[in-house]
Design a protein around this ligand. Structure first.
Ligand code: ZN
Length: 306
């Protein structure tokens, strides 16, 4: 009999934001996950790596320099990434590394679309024209199909920053689900008084970079607190970054996955968490969307209201 896996599920989401994260971080994570017997959902940035443009935010965003220092961004991202799209040409991310992208799916993980141009979306979404919102999503989707020969079944907006336009376009793509926001449980977003058919599976737990800028000074202490948080939340989803947990914090992630297994917590792709939620037989709640702050993260993120 199948489907009798015991223990609690933990949705595991991996965001890939940069060329170096795709090239070096993803293979490290795949090795860690294989050793730990864990599967997750990888969200890939497809197009240009304009991370270097973040440097110019130092001038515009109070506190950014402090955050860069606290998270050791120069060490994590490397000089090439920090200059990408500014003093050096932007390198493509998944588009330039299709073999690594295909390895994700070949090893039994789920893959979805994170972005075409992560940086541009994250910095400019409210000011992008409707045409550009559609073209950012459409180019990413076409690039995904080019690599995988199949349409993506899930999207995750960069920096948990979406709007009604991006939700509507995802609805037209007939996705299985999306993960565009922070929240506490899977739900159906309501726009214009009408519930969409595309469920949201929100990230529920804080990320390492948020914690290091705010609540924790050590990665190990953060992951230790996530063991309890994953147990107490109803439908927990943890987000890791190829650039961080696939880089200098890989040993901390491995430590977390070992402890999670000892506790009977089973990390799964987000699609599997949604299936487990649907199997309870309770309909998904419907929620209007809005924006709110998350400790340790600059600006606001997309989240359900009420
Ligand atoms: Zn991202």
């Amino acid at each position: 009999m199948t489907g009798m896996a015991t223990g609690k599920v933990l949705g595991l989401r991996i965001d890939v934001d940069t060329h170096d994260g795709m090239k070096s971080g993803v293979p490290v994570l795949l090795d860690v996950f294989r050793e730990s017997g864990v599967k997750g959902t990888f969200y890939l940035s497809m197009g240009p790596d304009n991370s270097g443009k973040a440097i110019f935010n130092v001038l515009r965003r109070p506190g950014f320099l402090g955050k860069m220092r606290r998270t050791g961004a120069a060490r994590v991202y490397g000089l090439r990434t920090l200059l990408s799209g500014t003093l050096l040409p932007a390198r493509m991310i998944a588009v330039a590394l299709p073999d690594i992208a295909r390895r994700i799916v070949a090893e039994g993980h789920e893959a979805g679309v994170h972005a075409w141009d992560h940086r541009r979306w994250q910095d400019k979404l409210p000011r992008l024209s409707d045409n550009e919102v559609a073209s950012q999503l459409g180019r990413a989707r076409r690039a995904f199909i080019e690599i995988f020969k199949a349409p993506p079944r899930t999207f995750a907006a960069p920096a948990w920053f979406g709007d009604e336009r991006s939700l509507q376009i995802e609805e037209w793509y007939e996705l299985e689900y999306a993960s565009d926001c922070r929240g506490s449980e899977p739900f159906l977003p309501v726009i214009g008084g009408k519930a969409l058919a595309t469920p949201q599976v929100p990230a529920t737990l804080p990320t390492l970079d948020e914690a290091l800028g705010d609540t924790h000074t050590e990665a190990r202490a953060f992951f230790d607190s996530m063991l309890d948080a994953a147990t107490s939340a109803a439908w927990p989803v943890l987000t890791v970054h190829a650039e961080l947990e696939g880089g200098p914090y890989a040993a901390d992630l491995r430590w977390f996955l070992e402890r999670a297994r000892e506790r009977g917590t089973r990390p799964v792709p987000l699609g599997e968490l949604l299936k487990a939620r649907r199997a309870t037989g309770n309909p998904l709640p419907q929620r209007a969307m809005g924006y709110g702050a998350v400790p340790g993260r600059h600006g606001t993120v997309f989240m359900p209201q009420g």
